[in-house]
Write a protein that binds this ligand. Structure first.
Ligand code: ADP
Ligand code: MG
Length: 259
């Protein structure tokens, strides 16, 4: 087959297969294969690998954009030395994302500035890389979404739609209290995810005070019960990373330990 005909045919075939990367690389990789004496099998493998790598990278980019993270934070950027009580083996296990297909949850508790949101986003990014759709919002944001869906008579539909996301991140439970209606909707969200899809949740309030957030001890207890049944609960502590960073910037010495 003449070279021009091969090129035209490959152009047609790669469009028909929707494999633009193959369309872009088959010729140069062909040259490289001839120069380096690759077998046919090695050449085919190299071409397909490039296509799959591109497709996976595109998918990850789309999933990260679709997750609406407030910032990009990775687990690699998380300085575990600042959280000595945080178990590294647990963090390493979570980073494998195996809890996601098991619909297990991750609860991150602790005061402001200790890295709860950072870790939640880091887990979300891991999930996106592993091929799982993720959606991030604050607790207040989730309540707003659910209220809008409920008002439009589409709550069931919305809860079903959200199940397509294998990980939902609920950030900042506890900063703002919920009224009874919002608490009820929130409970429905948790209940609809139970054993169906993962929730990564952060809160500045220990479970013992969730009754205050949801203005109802019984609803709070029912929610916690479902959340923690299959969950890793991590409690972060120490002083705020933000103030620590600022202190270091200003070179103001911290309080000596033990004082
Ligand atoms: P929280 O959600 O607990 O209030 P954040 O996750 O927003 O805290 O953390 C506050 C800031 O400090 C963020 O910019 C975050 O990236 C950073 N930060 C917190 N803890 C760490 C850590 N251990 N390593 C690296 N950065 C951290
Ligand atoms: Mg936060």
């Amino acid at each position: 087959m003449p070279e021009t005909e091969i090129a035209a045919t490959m152009g047609y075939l790669t469009r028909a297969l929707k494999t633009p990367t193959i369309g872009r690389v088959w010729e140069t990789l062909g040259d490289q294969a001839r120069t380096e004496g690759w077998s046919h099998e090695e050449y085919l493998t190299a071409v397909l690998q490039r296509q799959v790598a591109d497709r996976e990278a595109n998918g990850t980019t789309l999933r990260i954009a679709g997750a609406h993270f407030p910032a990009v934070k990775t687990l690699d950027d998380f300085n575990a030395d600042h959280q000595p009580s945080l178990r590294r083996d647990v963090l390493a296990h979570l980073a494998t994302t195996t809890f996601i297909p098991k619909a297990e949850n991750v609860i991150l508790l602790g005061p402001p500035g200790v890295g709860k949101t950072h870790l939640a986003i880091g887990l979300g990014i891991k999930a996106a890389h592993a091929g799982y759709p993720v959606l991030f919002d604050t607790a207040t944001g989730w309540a707003g979404r659910l209220q809008a869906a409920h008002a439009a008579g589409r709550l069931e539909h919305e809860l079903k739609r959200l199940r397509r996301y294998r990980m939902l991140i609920i950030d900042e439970v506890g900063y703002l209290p919920f009224d009874a209606d919002a608490a009820n909707l929130f409970f429905q969200l948790i209940a609809s995810r139970y054993e169906q899809g993962s929730i990564v949740l952060t809160s500045n309030m220990p479970f013992g005070r969730w009754g205050e957030i949801f203005s109802d001890d019984i609803v709070a207890a029912a929610m916690i019960d479902r959340l923690v049944h299959h969950a890793e609960v991590l409690t972060l502590g120490g002083d705020s990373y933000r103030t620590r960073a600022r202190r270091e910037l200003l070179k103001t010495p911290a309080q000596p330990a033990g004082k």
